[in-house]
Design a protein. Structure first.
Length: 105
């Protein structure tokens, strides 16, 4: 777990949002979501290393992420991709709130 994931978990606990499940496998492959709300097929992925040439921004890692997110879409998931900066600012929590309200409303 990254610091951004731990911080997002704190944000959710402090909010009135439903609590997500963490590190849940969503298909027969080993792919997992950082956070998800399975009952509404909503997932949040925190992309690390955005500014440091991390795995998600280099060729092979980026390509693997594209495969993962394509399969998630095919299986009916909505995946919010956010950066650690978006978690720190609270923007990630706001996006999740909007996505949940859009489903529940």
């Amino acid at each position: 777990m990254s610091r951004a994931e731990d911080l997002f978990a704190l944000h959710v606990r402090a909010s009135k949002l439903p609590q997500p499940q963490r590190e849940i496998r969503f298909c027969e492959r080993r792919w997992r979501f950082d956070f998800c709300w399975p009952e509404i097929k909503l997932a949040l992925e925190i992309e690390g290393g955005t500014w440091t040439n991390g795995r998600h921004t280099r060729g092979a890692g980026f390509e693997a992420d594209c495969r993962k997110y394509a399969m998630a879409l095919i299986l009916g998931w909505r995946v919010l991709r956010v950066t650690s900066g978006m978690v720190q600012s609270g923007e990630a929590l706001g996006l999740v709130e909007q996505a949940i309200k859009g489903v529940v409303a």
